[in-house]
Design a protein around this ligand. Sequence first.
Ligand SMILES: Cc1cc2nc3c(=O)[nH]c(=O)nc-3n(C[C@H](O)[C@H](O)[C@H](O)COP(=O)(O)OP(=O)(O)OC[C@H]3O[C@@H](n4cnc5c(N)ncnc54)[C@H](O)[C@@H]3O)c2cc1C
Length: 404
Amino acid sequence: MTKTAPISADVDVLISGGGIAGLTAAAAFGAAGFSVQCVDPTAPITERNVAGSDLRTTAFLQPAQALLDQAGLWERLAPHAAPLQVMRIVDAGGDVPEPRIVKDFNSSDISDLPFGWNLPNWLLRREMLARLAELSNVDLRLGCATTTLFTRTNEARVGLSDGSQTHARLVIAADGRNSAMRQAAGIKVHTTRYGQKALALAVTHPIPHVNVSTEIHRSGGPFTLVPLPDYDGMPSSALVWMERSARAQELFEMDETAFEAEMTDRSCALFGPLKLASRRTIWPIISQSAERLYGERLALVAEAAHVVPPIGAQGLNMSLGDMRILLDLAVATPNQLGNATMLEAYHRRRFAEVKLRVQGIDMLNRASMVEARGLRDARAMGLNALYSLGPVRKTLMQMGLGAR
Ligand SMILES: Cc1cc2nc3c(=O)[nH]c(=O)nc-3n(C[C@H](O)[C@H](O)[C@H](O)COP(=O)(O)OP(=O)(O)OC[C@H]3O[C@@H](n4cnc5c(N)ncnc54)[C@H](O)[C@@H]3O)c2cc1C
């Protein structure tokens, strides 16, 4: 019996990786009229309560909305989004877990809109796949990985695990922190390991969140509750709880009742007793940045380019910043798609900004991890001083949004 040869393709843009970043890039470039192939070895899980579903949530900050809109995604996402009107920072680094300093940032101080909108990752995947199904110029190939990259000045040839080959003018590496395309191009990364892990899960609580996102600092890392729409008739939030790895693993394995008591204690009971509303997932925390954001015919975006600890909802929002610049360049001069001029411009416009954010979040994470009593007091004093000054506060809020 003869085997059918796998189909090869010629496209404007090949996207390696169909995570949230890759799917967004596929919708954005597809909606702009480019022919796109997006490749991922795993089929996205689009239901909440099945094994392996991604229970993290993404808080899309204000600047993300325009890109999602342009990609035809926002109208699908808006009905499911929980607005984030207030960001509350709490220092609870004293002898007992109770708030010592509470600082509120209200979005109305800088804008008519909320800071952002929170959405579960599994639901994002569902809506993104539905959007891609409407775009006839986007070919989504699931169950297939990129394996090799061979470039010439005028095109890239990417080998896929089904034996086919795709010729593309631009390859976008959105294939995660261990990016196969980045490695194939020989681009090095700098990695920092913190010996820390994050638990990500959903909770319900009797006291409503009133659209306030709450980040509580004590030791081991931040404990952040981000508003979600009600679940089973109860107020609900997404929790990201960062701790030293051994402690995080212990919490991950703990029986449910004991875990719920630990969570409530760590939350200073600000929302009453916390109840698990999903299974627990656990994520290693690193900080990583690529030494450059491009290779010949190749652009690195999202975690292929930079990984940060989940603080201040920066991770995917930085990734959308990458895509905004790439798309602007592609649309402004389509005849230069993927050439050296375009990719050098991309690197110039993103690299310094990415570096600054990776360093900033690294600093915040280290400050949040401190165990020593004196350092915890210094953190509380610093927090108090910083956030009490009106103009500094405003600048910080705008920077948090990536608006300056
Ligand atoms: C606990 C936690 C909470 C977070 N909360 C937020 C938040 O509120 N806001 C925010 O902005 N960010 C947040 N982040 C960060 C955010 O989740 C990540 O930035 C984002 O999920 C990474 O997306 P990605 O698409 O780059 O990578 P991934 O999700 O890792 O996707 C990479 C994809 O590439 C595929 N792939 C791998 N190898 C290949 C190959 N050879 N060929 C083709 N495909 C391949 C994989 O199968 C995968 O689907 C959080 C992170 C954590 C850990």
